[in-house]
Design a protein around this ligand. Structure first.
Ligand SMILES: Nc1ncnc2c1ncn2[C@@H]1O[C@H](COP(=O)(O)OP(=O)(O)OP(=O)(O)O)[C@@H](O)[C@H]1O
Length: 269
């Protein structure tokens, strides 16, 4: 739940991002965005295609560096850090993507171990133990010797989640992680993410254009329009009038009627 009396775990302040287009023109993709995400939130970013959701998400771990403004995660202002300090700070921010982005020629075990080996602080035994924990968390303990090509889409995304969690991050960024999955697999994956949020306290920022996906998992949502935040609200606050069409459409998912049925048959890991 959002706890505004506590400091935010993610603070975006006055962020702008412009892309250079081929003919020398500029495209202003993120416009003066200020946003706080609190510890334990599952925070949704929703908006039409091209609204700027992914760019805004990628600002949080500086995959895209803002032209102006600051990004602070867990008290560290990322926009001030040196390259090596940023590499270190990114250990605290996991990320998963629509297309899974797994190493195809590596086993499930090696995919999950990869960030730990790259960072170089953990020893072989520690790495094996952590990979085992993370695969257990996502229900894939029996797949550690498989290769990505031998897995279903849902299983590949679970490997990506395990890899993202390997370094004990406080924050998990999710960029349309269910868009390539069918409805049943989506539901199970959302159950896993919800479980990770509740059991480990990992704060999640989730980009999607699907109302049903964000409605099922988020406690707080921001609507992105033309690179700016058009409104943000607690999903369960259905009393305060919404300003945007997407905000109004999301209202059903905050109702007790939806909450009563949403997770009834979900097969969580
Ligand atoms: N590297 C880039 N160079 C130029 N323009 C870009 C670049 N990345 C994104 N854009 C533009 O910025 C805008 C926002 O893109 P972004 O991917 O953030 O939108 P989105 O809301 O996530 O859309 P979608 O739901 O379709 O993924 C789009 O118009 C896109 O074309």
């Amino acid at each position: 739940m959002t706890t505004p009396s506590r400091p935010p775990v993610i603070r975006i302040e006055g962020a702008n991002k412009t892309f250079a287009l081929p003919k020398g023109e500029q495209f202003h993709a993120v416009k003066d965005v200020t946003l706080d995400v609190y510890p334990g939130d599952i925070f949704g970013l929703i908006g039409k295609s091209g609204a700027g959701k992914s760019t805004l998400l990628r600002l949080i771990n500086l995959l895209e560096r803002p032209d102006s403004g600051t990004i602070t995660v867990a008290g560290r202002e990322l926009t001030r850090l040196s390259k090596s300090e940023l590499r270190d700070a990114r250990q605290n921010i996991g990320m998963i993507f629509q297309q899974f982005n797994l190493l195809q020629n590596a086993t499930v075990f090696d995919n999950v171990a990869f960030p730990l080996k790259i960072h170089g602080t953990a020893k072989g035994g520690q790495i094996a133990a952590r990979v085992g924990e993370c695969l257990a968390l996502v229900g894939l303990s029996d797949k550690q010797h498989s290769y990505p090509a031998q897995l279903s889409g849902g299983q590949k995304q679970r490997v990506a989640i395990a890899r993202a969690l390997a370094s004990h991050p406080d924050v998990l960024l999710c960029d349309e992680p269910t868009s390539a999955l069918d409805a049943e697999t989506t539901r199970a994956l959302l159950g896993t993410l919800r479980d990770i949020n509740q059991r480990l306290g990992v704060t999640i920022v989730f980009v999607s254009h699907e109302l049903s996906v964000l409605g099922a998992i988020c406690n707080r949502v921001a609507v992105v329009e033309n690179g700016a935040i058009a409104e943000q609200f607690e999903l369960a606050d259905t009393a305060t009038p919404r300003k945007t069409a997407l905000g109004r459409e999301l209202a059903y998912y905050g109702t007790a009627a939806f909450e009563a049925t949403a997770w009834k048959d979900a097969s969580h890991v």
